[in-house]
Ligand binder design. Sequence first.
Ligand code: F6P
Length: 518
Amino acid sequence: MRLVVVSNRVTIPDRYEKATAGGLAVALREALEKYGGLWFGWSGAVGEDTRQVQRGNVTYAVTDLTEAERQSYYLGFSNRALWPIMHYRLGLTEFQRSDYMGYLGVNRRFARALAGLIQPDDVIWIHDYHLIPLAAELRRRGVTNRIGYFHHIPWPSADVLGALPFSATLVRTLAAYDLIGMQTELDVRNLIGGLVDLCGARQEGRRVRLGARETLMQAFPIGIDVEAFRRLAAASVRRAVTPLRATRESLGERKLVIGVDRLDYSKGIVQRLEAFGQFLLSHPEQRGNVSLLQIAPPSRSDVPEYAELDRMSDEVAGRLNAQLGEFDWTPIRVVKKAYSRTALAGFYRRAQVGLVTPMRDGMNLVAKEYVAAQDPADPGVLVLSRFAGAAQQMGEALIVNPYDTHEVAEAIRTALAMPKSERIRRFEQLYHVIETTDIDWWRRRYLEALTGVPLSTGAVEPPRKTGTRTKGDSATRRASRAKGAAVPGRTDTKSRAVAAGHKASPHPGDAGHSTPVR
Ligand code: F6P
């Protein structure tokens, strides 16, 4: 079996990749290296070039987009129509027929190029909303291989999605897949509802029949490489990487609250700044003792809604700093640039509070990275939006409604005041969850469901059995022994449900996800 991965953007690894590549890119590359394979997609450049690069047993086949294709397929239909509507933001959804035609055109072009590269026993794994109709285009060209799709962002209910012109036609193309993976159970329910309501599909449990085809739908909550990230965080503190050293010097003994997101309206950055301002207004005794560092590298800046967000975040941070700051204390720092994963891991570890408050997000891997980076002997507290897919698994975070500024402000106060024993208890439970559902677990579970065969390293791991020791057990046990803290039980129903990828928190949530900088 050879694996073929298709994603909108493909980054061909270079010698710096270890420092910059995101967890997902690394995990997919590892899967490709294991089976040998092909990674196909957009080079990220505008032009007319198409090239193949061999790295070990992996072929990277990338193609440029023309400027017209970038405008219609990427900026237009993918990011001004699908992105907002998938994040439940009907008011921001901008539909243009010409963009939709461009989107279909690029999917057709990709299918044409890919069909010529596919071998009979290849298994094809297509990623994300840019490429929904790709399998249908491949089938049209006679490709009969197993084809899976993974949707990294939320999937809304049929009545929201149904407002998008041509949504029924688009959703119908999903029947060309053998397996569709979503981040959460809510997304799966919404997707099945959409296929039934918009396309007249027949549902049989997790399977949906449309015409002659049958497709399996399942939730596969994505994870991170917990152990690698934990090591990065520990190393960044030991080595005192430059931005960390500077932060330490400028913060002194002050506490740090951190947010890390791509500058995207789905991430709730402006609402988060307002909530931090509210926290300082409600608790004046905290002024001067704590700062918010918001790392927000710009993203999709050619889309007007993103340019507006850029302006608004500056305006709100400026207003709050002017209103609340002192000559020797700046309450909020917004840094609009990307940092290496090592530096990010160090920032997370330095921060007493991780503020992850998207308005809607597929998963949100920053939440998982923040936990992975903590010092087990003195961990920080995660404040997490109920509308991030991660909230389904991470019920031991302080779960908040990001639309409620006062609620988020109070959660910041609670987090900063939380006794160490309580922080350690919550951290250990969260660490256990992210470790038992890490990126390897996600990849293996998905590929086993797609291929129908256990992977070479053995069957997909079942939920941890009672008393089973894990790597994380030893990490948290080591920390717990050092501090004399109790190790959380591994036998409770919640942990088992989480390890099985089932809903563990009472809070509804959905999806989103991350790049090297999210
Ligand atoms: O999470 C969705 C996603 O589109 C990812 O596929 C991508 O890595 C990330 O957002 C960044 O988006 P873009 O490629 O548009 O910069």
